[in-house]
Each structure stands twice: as structure tokens, then as C-alpha cells.
Ligand binder design. Structure first.
Ligand code: TRP
Length: 453
């Protein structure tokens, strides 16, 4: 029955195809746009260090837990939890994931829409001539505060995502990622090499890689942990949904390892482009802000012969990488509605896509487009609630669910079903049952303090 079911839901073509698609979900704006922003707002290198620890000790643990639930149950998050623990309040994990998916999709698509705007800007010559930080600042501010433009781009981006998801998982995602990811990777390496050889790069490298431990704080740890979940697409059941398409004979541990590794590599490389270039343009590392990437990349392209072509390629790839991520965000609520509520895929994609667009409008207007949303920083607050807190809560519940409710024994049986080695088993179990949940609880208590002053 398993086999039949898998065929019906559309299994991945191969293990490589699964890894490509999961990497496609993980790699996106989170790596190239959000990660450098977080670094610059949270003390530079010390954040990078905490981030790497968070990924290795906690992110990987949750990744493997989610993939294991997914492959075992072959279902969307709500169905998966219900399958393991029928009629229990644990289903809440699934519902939380569905809601979080819709909300992250909404504001994520705002920035994804900007990438389309920047393709057009580059193509029409906005960055020809001398590119200074004043110029890129001006272009960014004018662009993101134009209400009709950003709303239109948001609509366009969610529209593309909706179209692909309505066509079904396999055809949609595999095709994209196979071509996209390798080119993106090569381009990023090339740009990093260029950035590292810019005059003045060393100041930026020091800011990025030489930790100043006096800047370590609870806030730094909180944002590093949140960023790890965000970047790896964890804490809302994306990897449960994707894991449900992995074949029984595949090695879950190495799949989880590959996705975690390549995602982290891309984020770290993105930082190696941003911070040296920032230093080159004469700005300090902590200028921060959500516009960082859009203001800095045009500067590095102006330092490369034929930079125009590279800029076009880069913004197109960034747009594509964002698309493989928004697909995975929309896939969670859609898989839930299709599997549990028996909606048609098309109807589910259309309705959820439209809902995300509506919720995304105030986020799109948070950059000067409309005073009220700019003043309350709707975008930033939304990102904090759904991109940090909600994912951390989700990840915590997943650890507790797998570690104590479903049970480590059952999870490990699933992991072993392909007869593979699992050398780091004791470490994983320790992290799943103790380290990860305790770290997340600690951080959530800290947030309460932070919010209540
Ligand atoms: N990880 C993606 C990125 O880095 C964004 C993303 C896709 C995501 N699916 C997710 C984030 C699920 C959290 C949860 O761009």
C-alpha cells in the first residue's frame, strides 16, 4: 500500500531529486537576504558563531526529526501527527505549521517581489555609471516606498507560486531546482572571490569572522536560533511534507546532513560577499536593515567587468531561489487541505495564495508605502512573530513529540528502514530529548522577559 500511495502522491524521482528540492526549499532569501541582515543587527562575527552552533546542534536534529515523521507517515503535518497520535492535541503542531506557512509566505513574497523589481531595474540601466552607496540607498528607498509597485510585485510573485503549486509537487519543484541551485552556487563562489579581493575588504572580513564576545547576549542567541530554523525551513512541517516524498530505501541521515550543510554553506558565502563589499563602500558592518542585500550587491557588480550581466543573472537566480522556497511554504497548507479536507489542489492553491497576498499587503507597505504600517514596522513585527517565535515553538513541539510521545525507538526504526548506518545516533537522541528542547525553552523564557521589558 505504501508504494501505491507514494505513486499517487507523486514520489521524488530519486534521492538526488529529493535533496535538490529540499535544498531548494531551504536555500532562498533566508540565506542571502535575511542572514546578512541578522548578522549586521546582532554584533557580526559572534552571531555567525552562535548561528553555526545552532545549526549543527539543534537545526540538524530537528531536520532529521521532521524528515523521519514525514517519511514514516507519508502525510502533511496535520495528517502526520494525527496518524502517529490520533485524536490528540498534538495535532496543534500541524495547525500551527499551516498558519505559520501562510503568514511567512505573505511577507516573504514581498521581498521576493523586490527581486523582480531589481531584475527590471538592472535591465533598464539603473546601475550603469558610478555606483555609490548613496545611489543604491536612494534607489532602494524610492523603490520600496512606492505602494502600487510593491503590491503589484507581491501579487505577481504569489501568483507564480500559486500557479506552480497548483500543478503539483513533482513537476513543479524538481524541474526548477535541478537547474537553479548549481548555477547559483557557482555564481556565489565567484562573487565571494571578487568581494574578498576588493580594497579594504579586510575590515569587513574581521567584522564578519572575528568574534567580539562582549556583543554576545540573549538577543543574539534568540535571533541566531530563529534564523537557523528559518533558513533550514524547519519548525512548521515543511520538511515533514517533503520527507513524505522520500523513498523508504533512502538514507535519511545523510539526506538531512546534505540539506543542512549546503544551506549553511550558501549563507556563510553570502556573508563573505556582503561584508567585504560594505567595508569597501566605506560603511560600517552594522548598518543593518532589511535592505542590506539590495543596497550592497549592485556595488560589487559595478566592480566586475560585464557586471551588468552578472547582476541580471544574480537577481534572476535570487528570484528563482525565492520561488523554490515560496513553493515549499505554500505546499504545507495546500497539502493539508488536499489530504485532510479533500479540496482539489487547484482550489486549495488559489484560496491560500490569495489569502497570503491579502496578509502580505500591509507588510509590503511597511517601507514607506503607507505611514501607519511603516511606523509600527508591521513587516519587522510579523517576521519576528512568525519567522522566529512561531518556528521556535514548532521546533520545540516537534522535538518533544518525537522524543517523548512517538518515542525515539520508533523514530530510529524508521531511520533504519533503509538499512543504513547511523553513527551519530546517541548524539541525535541527546539533542532531541534534552539539548534542543531545553535550549528553545530557555530562549522562549528570555523572549518573555525581553517583551515585558
Ligand atoms: N528556508 C527558506 C529560506 O531560507 C524559507 C522557507 C521556506 C521557510 N520554507 C520554510 C522558512 C519553512 C521557515 C519554514 O529562504
Amino acid at each position: 500500500m505504501d508504494g501505491q500511495e507514494t505513486i499517487k502522491r507523486g514520489a521524488w524521482g530519486s534521492k538526488t531529486a529529493f535533496i535538490l528540492a529540499a535544498t531548494g526549499s531551504a536555500i532562498g532569501l533566508g540565506n542571502i537576504w535575511r542572514f546578512p541582515t541578522m548578522v549586521s543587527q546582532n554584533g557580526g562575527a559572534v552571531f555567525v558563531l552562535v548561528y553555526i552552533l545552532a545549526v549543527a546542534l539543534i537545526g540538524f536534529t530537528v531536520m532529521l526529526a521532521e524528515l523521519t515523521i514525514g517519511r514514516h507517515t507519508q502525510k502533511n503535518p496535520v495528517g502526520a501527527i494525527g496518524h502517529i497520535k490520533p485524536r490528540s492535541p498534538w495535532k496543534f503542531i500541524g495547525y500551527l505549521g499551516v498558519i505559520t506557512g501562510v503568514c511567512i509566505l505573505s511577507y516573504y513574497s514581498v521581498v521576493a517581489g523586490w527581486t523582480i523589481g531589481y531584475i527590471v531595474k538592472t535591465a533598464t540601466g539603473a546601475f550603469s555609471g558610478e555606483v555609490t552607496s548613496q545611489l543604491t540607498e536612494k534607489i532602494y528607498t524610492e523603490f520600496t516606498s512606492n505602494p502600487l509597485q510593491v503590491i503589484f510585485l507581491l501579487f505577481l510573485f504569489i501568483g507564480m507560486t500559486t500557479y506552480i503549486v497548483s500543478k503539483g509537487v513533482k513537476k513543479g519543484i524538481e524541474r526548477w531546482t535541478k537547474v537553479l541551485m548549481p548555477i547559483l552556487f557557482l555564481l556565489i563562489i565567484f562573487l565571494a572571490v571578487r568581494a574578498l579581493t576588493l580594497p579594504g575588504a579586510s575590515t569587513g572580513i574581521a567584522y564578519y569572522l572575528k568574534p567580539d564576545f562582549s556583543k554576545l547576549s540573549g538577543t543574539v542567541i534568540l535571533f541566531a536560533l530563529g534564523q537557523a530554523f528559518f533558513s533550514l525551513s524547519l519548525g512548521m512541517g515543511t520538511m515533514i511534507t517533503y520527507g513524505s516524498y522520500i523513498s523508504k530505501s533512502d538514507n535519511l541521515v545523510s539526506s538531512a546532513g546534505w540539506v543542512t550543510f549546503s544551506d549553511t554553506l550558501i549563507a556563510l558565502l553570502a556573508g563573505l560577499i556582503i561584508f567585504p563589499t560594505l567595508a569597501f563602500s566605506g560603511q560600517p558592518g552594522d548598518v543593518g536593515g532589511f535592505g542590506l542585500v539590495f543596497k550592497i550587491f549592485p556595488i560589487i557588480f559595478s566592480q566586475i567587468p560585464g557586471g551588468y550581466i552578472f547582476a541580471l543573472l544574480f537577481f534572476s537566480l535570487l528570484c528563482g531561489a525565492a520561488l523554490t522556497s515560496t513553493i515549499s511554504l505554500l505546499e504545507v497548507p495546500v497539502a493539508y487541505l488536499v489530504d485532510e479536507r479533500e479540496w482539489s489542489r487547484k482550489k486549495a492553491a488559489l484560496i491560500v495564495g490569495f489569502l497570503s497576498f491579502v496578509i502580505g499587503v500591509p507588510a509590503a507597505l511597511s517601507f514607506g508605502g503607507m505611514k501607519i504600517f511603516t511606523r509600527i514596522d508591521f513587516f519587522g513585527k510579523f517576521d519576528f512573530i512568525f519567522g522566529n517565535i512561531s518556528l521556535a515553538v514548532g521546533a520545540l513541539l516537534i522535538c518533544v513529540f518525537v522524543g517523548y510521545v512517538w518515542g525515539v525507538k520508533n523514530a530510529i526504526k524508521e531511520i533504519f528502514s533503509g538499512n543504513h548506518k547511523f553513527k551519530i545516533k546517541p548524539l541525535w537522541v541527546f539533542s532531541l530529548k534534552f539539548l534542543s528542547p531545553l535550549a528553545i525553552i530557555f530562549i522562549l523564557i528570555f523572549i518573555k522577559k525581553l517583551v515585558s521589558g
